[in-house]
Design a protein around this ligand. Structure first.
Ligand SMILES: [Mg+2]
Length: 396
């Protein structure tokens, strides 16, 4: 009989099949763990990363030529990896990079054996350790969302509920001489940027001269936002905006000190432009206070201020329910955190503006690649699962 398996050949064949079956089951088990099952955190690593800037970055809160980030890598037992970035800016976020690094390294053992999907529990652990360290919390949070969306095999913006991968960003003109600011503004417009955010708040007379020169340089069609970074008081704000009449200022961001919500309401009732809150709103609680006070029309959400995407969504929900819109802003972040911000902006319809230009201030764009491509002022997110950002973490 031709279809009869000879006994001498049958046993080895069966053994081979059995081994093959066991191997397949092992692979299947690993795949189930990786893509459908638990995502138990195996390790949380953090490294300090020195980030040189293209030049001197000056705003009303200070000048800098270099910043320091903490790059975070979280790995799960099933083999998934998430990348995060903490970019502290001490005048706003409190802790510096050294303290941020220490916070994450101290936190790491407490996160082991948590599931990466337990965002609420992990944020509770972080908040119980300290009310501050928002940048450190953001870095951990971004890495967790990278893991969750990778597991879901979706780009993060789609994991968060979005459908359009494109985000329009403004570009920031930092404080300098009138000639330099006007030249930079013109250059950015020539590169395709249609919205300029002009930094102000050191000297109101000079701010006025800067705005006039920039408008002259870029023509009438470019939108101008102004950000005084808490540098003015109520009278100065009203004086400056009166003098800037006709210059086409479309939004005014945080003219007064962060604590002065009553003053922001006073100004808001007397100007025609929407008033944006930045340093006044770090947390969902701050957002609620601002809403109750009537202190602004727009909230600038920054992942480094609020502690990441989990809290950012809460701030946006409070704003949306109260009839305020949101912007996603940034620090001088690498492509890791900028990409996370862009995914957030792409995902939530109430986030109507984006200020995601920080990576352009960084020399050679720093350690991270990918995430999005930029065409003029449009950031187009990729189709890879997760953030879609690549970093050679071991080489940092
Ligand atoms: Mg601002």
């Amino acid at each position: 009989m031709n279809n009869r398996i000879p006994t001498s050949l049958g046993k080895p064949l069966l053994s081979t099949r059995f081994i093959g079956l066991v191997q397949k089951l092992k692979f299947l088990n690993k795949s189930i763990l990786k893509w459908g099952g638990i995502m138990r955190i195996k390790s949380v690593e953090a490294k300090l990363y020195q980030v040189p800037l293209n030049g001197t970055y000056t705003i009303a809160l200070g000048s800098m030529t270099q910043v320091e980030a903490v790059i975070i890598r979280i790995r799960t037992e099933s083999g998934l990896t998430g990348l995060g970035e903490a970019m502290p800016f001490p005048p706003v976020t409190g802790a510096d990079a050294e303290a941020t690094l220490a916070f994450v390294r101290d936190l790491a053992p407490a996160l082991q054996n948590y599931d990466a999907s337990e965002l609420g529990g992990i944020h509770t652990i972080m908040d119980k350790r300290s009310a501050g360290y928002s940048a450190a919390k953001a870095g951990v949070d971004i890495a967790l969302y990278d893991i969750l969306s990778r597991r879901a095999r979706l780009p993060l913006y789609r994991f968060l509920g979005g459908s359009n991968p494109q985000v329009q960003t403004d570009i920031t003109i930092t404080i300098g001489s009138t000639e330099v600011m006007a030249a930079r503004a013109k250059s950015f417009v020539e590169q395709g940027f249609r919205i300029l955010k002009i930094k102000a708040g050191l000297d109101p007379g000079e701010d006025l001269a800067h705005l006039r020169a920039i408008r002259e340089a870029v023509g009438p069609d470019v939108e101008l936002r102004i950000d005084a970074n808490q540098g003015w008081d109520e009278k100065t704000t009203l004086w400056a905006l009166e003098k800037m009449t006709g210059l086409g200022i479309v939004e005014v961001e945080q003219p007064l000190p962060c604590w002065n919500l009553e003053g922001m309401r006073f100004v808001r009732e007397r100007i025609t432009q929407p008033l944006m809150l930045d340093e006044s709103v770090h947390s969902p609680v701050d957002a609620l206070k601002a809403v109750k006070t009537g202190a602004g029309d727009i909230i600038n959400i920054k992942l480094m201020k609020c502690g990441g995407i989990y809290k950012a969504q809460k701030i946006n929900a409070i704003a949306e329910a109260a009839g305020l819109s949101c912007m996603v802003g940034c620090m001088t972040e690498t492509r890791i955190a900028i990409t996370a911000g862009a995914h957030l902006a792409a995902a939530l319809p109430n986030i109507k503006l984006a200020d995601l230009d920080g990576f352009m201030e960084i020399k050679d764009e720093g350690c991270a690649r990918g995430g999005f491509t930029r065409n003029g002022d449009i950031l187009s997110l990729g189709s890879e699962p997760g953030l879609g950002v690549n970093v050679d973490f071991d080489a940092l």
